[in-house]
Ligand binder design. Structure first.
Ligand code: NDP
Length: 255
């Protein structure tokens, strides 16, 4: 039996992270690299991806950067052709567009969010997961959200909530299809995290009070705290887990 701590090590594995230039994606690249994986840090902004990869490389880890716009299924497919060795895929790229009443949402406000959060994530699962199935090994971690379970007041972001609920159900569908062929698929569902995505909220005392007051732990989460859960799910320590949607929400959904 593999000793417990060794199950968390990723030596000899290659991991690819989408939206890795900042926030949760960047912290995830750091976590996976520290655990010994070779990391392919991707983002739609190639220069930002290069800078982010350099900063992790500077800590003595094996990280390369590549451009990936997840909404382009052709680009995703081409990258998977270039990197058929990927053992761990972390689908992190995502956006939110908030405070838009559903009845007034434009086509673009709906489509832009669903295209990145759901379609792009699926293109990546299909292309990289297909190669994992050929090898009968590999694991995927999707970044969902507690907004896939609850409607977070007082923001209006029906398209975001719907996209994340769909990510959770896609995770479970792929997990069931692919488990017999050696590929695990799980998701993490975080609470409000201190990233650029939420920068507009820091100016809004009411909303901050609402978020923090609504969280039993009384605070927002940090990107590294989500990365630690992703590291666990990506590692052999989670070998019995597939189709799990792991809440990392400071207790928010308990109330
Ligand atoms: P950030 O906005 O800080 O980082 C997201 C990164 O993804 C950016 O580098 C962004 O690039 C990139 N990205 C966006 N769209 C694409 C695309 N189409 N193709 C490739 N890269 C893209 O976000 P977070 O770190 O906060 O969020 C990461 C994930 O976590 C998202 O899926 C989000 O929904 C989820 N999440 C976040 C929570 C939070 O409170 N922050 C809570 C729950 C879930 P660019 O700079 O060009 O936009």
């Amino acid at each position: 039996m593999t000793p417990y701590l060794d199950r968390f090590r990723l030596t000899g594995r290659t991991a690819l992270v989408t939206g890795g230039a900042r926030g949760i994606g960047f912290a995830t690249c750091e976590a996976l690299a520290q655990a010994g994986a070779r990391v392919i840090l991707t983002d739609r902004d190639e220069a930002a991806a290069q800078d982010a990869a350099e900063s992790i490389k500077g800590q003595g880890h094996d990280v390369v950067a590549d451009r990936l716009e997840v909404t382009s299924s052709a680009e995703v497919h081409a990258l998977a052709d270039r990197h058929p060795e990927v053992d761990i895929l972390v689908n992190n790229a995502g956006i939110a567009r908030s405070n838009i009443p559903a009845e007034r949402m434009t086509d673009d406000e709906w489509l832009s969010v669903v295209d990145i959060n759901l379609n792009g994530l699926y293109w990546c699962c299909r292309s990289f997961g297909g190669r994992m199935l050929d090898r009968q090994a590999g694991t995927i971690v999707n970044v969902g959200s507690m907004s896939g379970f609850i409607v977070n007041r007082p923001q209006e972001q029906a398209q975001y909530n719907a996209s994340k609920a769909a990510v959770h159900q896609l995770t479970r569908s792929l997990a069931a299809e692919w488990a017999p062929r050696g590929v695990r698929v799980n998701a993490v569902a975080p609470t409000y995290i201190e990233t650029a995505m939420n920068s507009y909220v820091y100016e809004d005392e009411n909303l901050m009070r609402h978020w923090i007051g609504g969280t039993p732990q009384g605070r927002m989460g940090r990107p590294d705290e989500v990365a630690a859960v992703i590291l666990f799910l990506a590692s052999d320590a989670a070998s019995l887990m597939t189709g799990s949607i792991v809440l990392a929400d400071g207790g928010y959904t308990c109330w």
